[in-house]
Design a protein around this ligand. Structure first.
Ligand SMILES: *Cc1c(COP(=O)(O)O)cnc(C)c1O
Length: 430
């Protein structure tokens, strides 16, 4: 059977099922909120209502129990939650924060929101997360914090990063949007840093439309996060014996409707993760012996919850570029992605701001050759990382078998693909 790309029958015609994780519980909770007539429980005043309504409080309480932490503060998105972390850490104008270039943009734009400078350190080749050795090299007297992104469902090198942070007096923030429920040496990711952020946007494992949350073990940070969420010092001047100076706040408050859905989703997290792990294990077992794609590696002593299932493309075994293979897979009915995001320092927003002094720019403010900035992130993105997001509820192992069948089919036809490719290339050259 020929490649679907050249007119053959595709491996699969049906789309993969949408990520619908709701049932009676969410419906019941949302209706109860509507019946109560109270869609947001927040009031910007120094009263009980400063901390939000019953569903928001229930969500925070449920998070504390599930993750074994004393404080949880809900936000209206993961991005606002991250910004609140940076503000609560006391980061401001002239400060530097070290983050990964290979992540969703909010992991770095939250630094710009506090008028600070993002400093990009390169990632580990096999785990795609910040390399602690390179983070240490990027630390200067201006560094205030490190944002460790637990990317694709797996914890970063959290203990080495925590050790570094403590040694240099820095705040470690975990962007745990993609890895809720993953374990690092027996502890949930998100709870190892000083603050850990979660997201409930529609793509995430737990979803409520839009929403975010921060967990922390530090009561002073929790207090600052609550202030930042709800207009800050203009509303609350003192609390818990503390007087607040310059505590700017925003409206980052979560509605009761969002919280009513999120609270039900927390109870489903373990089942949703087990589902992903079962599918990922099935895929990895079936692809283990093929030498043209490398299956995901799990960090020692950790669990992986497969927010994204990432294969590493072995270009020399294929003899065709990754882009052609992804295109051929799409024609076979299998959605896959070329790399993840372009390393963030390529974006003008970060280029303009990150050049004063950092591992990205040089002292006189000029940009070095961008390809040389974070070579591992560059290579992963340009030629090796192949992502798919089909590894999630309610897909089945039969759905996973379609991916394997398509990969095997395209590999078997790689010469045909290469020939057409060179014809096309030859054609354009002439
Ligand atoms: C989704 C995501 C965010 C932002 O969360 P939102 O809720 O969409 O604002 C931040 N960081 C990472 C790594 C993410 O995947």
């Amino acid at each position: 059977m020929g490649l679907a790309l050249f007119g053959g029958d595709p491996v699969r015609r049906r789309p993969f099922p949408p990520h619908d994780t709701f049932d009676e519980e969410e419906r019941k909770n949302v209706l109860a909120v509507l019946d109560s007539g109270l869609l947001s429980g927040f009031v910007a005043k120094d009263t009980e209502e400063f901390l939000g309504g019953p569903q928001v409080l229930a969500l925070e309480e449920r998070f504390c129990r599930r993750f074994g932490v004393p404080h949880a503060v809900a936000f209206n998105s993961g991005t606002s939650a991250l910004h609140a972390c940076i503000a609560a850490a006391g980061v401001g104008l002239g400060d530097e924060v070290i983050t990964s270039p290979y992540t969703m943009s909010a992991s770095a734009s939250c630094i710009l929101m506090q008028q600070a400078t993002p400093v990009f350190a390169d990632v580990e080749e096999r785990m795609f997360c910040l390399d602690p050795v390179l983070v240490e090299k990027a630390i200067t007297s201006r560094t205030k914090a490190i944002i460790a992104v637990n990317l694709f469902g797996q914890p970063a090198a959290l203990q080495p990063l925590k050790d570094l942070a403590l040694r240099h007096g820095l705040v470690l923030i975990e962007d745990n949007a993609q890895s809720p429920g993953a374990l690092y040496r027996g502890r949930p990711s998100g709870t190892i840093g000083h603050m850990g952020m979660f997201s409930f946007n529609r793509h995430k494992t737990m979803q409520c439309g839009e929403g975010g949350l921060v967990v922390t073990g530090d009561p002073r940070l929790a207090l600052r996060l609550q202030l930042i969420r709800n207009h800050g010092e203009t509303v609350v001047e003192t609390r818990g014996g503390e007087v607040f100076f310059d505590t700017l706040g925003w409206n980052y408050r979560m509605t009761e409707l969002q919280a009513a859905v999120a609270v039900a989703q927390v109870g489903k997290l373990d089942r949703l993760n087990e589902w992903r792990i079962r599918l990922a294990d099935h895929l990895s077992a079936r692809l283990r012996d093929c030498d043209y794609l490398e299956t995901p590696e799990v960090r020692e002593g950790c669990t992986h919850v497969y927010y994204t299932y990432v294969l590493r493309f072995q270009a020399d075994r294929w003899g065709v570029p990754r882009e052609s293979v992804v295109q051929a897979l799409a024609a076979e009915g299998i959605p896959a992605g070329n790399g993840y995001v372009k390393p963030l320092y390529h974006l003008p927003l970060f280029r303009r701001r990150a050049t004063k002094r950092s591992s990205v720019g040089n002292e006189d403010g000029g940009m070095p050759q961008t390809r040389e900035i974070c070579p591992t992130a560059e290579r992963l993105h340009r030629s090796e990382v192949l992502t798919t997001n089909i590894v999630r509820f309610p897909a089945t192992t039969e759905d996973m078998d379609d991916l394997v069948a398509a990969v095997e089919k395209v590999f078997a036809h790689r010469r045909e693909l290469a020939e057409k490719e060179s014809l096309i290339l030859g054609g354009t050259r002439r």
